[in-house]
Design a binder for this molecule. Structure first.
Ligand SMILES: [Zn+2]
Length: 134
């Protein structure tokens, strides 16, 4: 069996957790509790993360339709920073369609945060380059 939270393979001592889309194996009560916490936060903050991503997407619209010239992409970069922050603060956006058995929650959360951080760093670099006139 494989723990849906930490991804550890185990043969005994585990338990299971029932969630809306099925029953999953967890290696310990600790991981079971962490899955519950994750699902609670997911429900609690999903709307906020979508609102932040929506705000970020406004930047793309501004860049595409309303800005031109040297600073055309600035709203898009700012939007990307908002989206990156949303991924870091609320890394729950994939929970509804990710297969936890393939991507343990712990790894999926870490991966989403790393992507968020990478997006922010890239956006900041592009912003600096824009304003330095490169
Ligand atoms: Zn575990």
């Amino acid at each position: 069996m494989k723990c849906v939270y930490c991804g550890k393979e185990y043969s005994e001592g585990g338990t299971t957790i029932n969630v809306s889309n099925g029953t999953f194996d967890v290696c310990s009560n600790e991981c079971k509790k962490l899955v519950r916490d994750y699902l609670n936060r997911d429900m609690q903050y999903k709307n906020r993360s979508y609102i932040m991503i929506f705000c970020g997407s406004i930047g793309f619209i501004l860049s595409t339709f309303f800005f031109s010239g040297k600073y055309k992409l600035v709203p898009m970069y700012l939007g990307m920073i908002i989206m990156g922050l949303a991924l870091i603060i609320y890394p729950y956006i994939f929970s509804s369609f990710i297969t936890f058995t393939r991507y343990p929650i712990k790894k999926a959360t870490a991966a989403v945060r790393i992507i968020g951080a990478a997006v922010i760093v890239a956006s900041l670099v592009f912003l600096v380059l824009t304003f330095m006139g490169v």
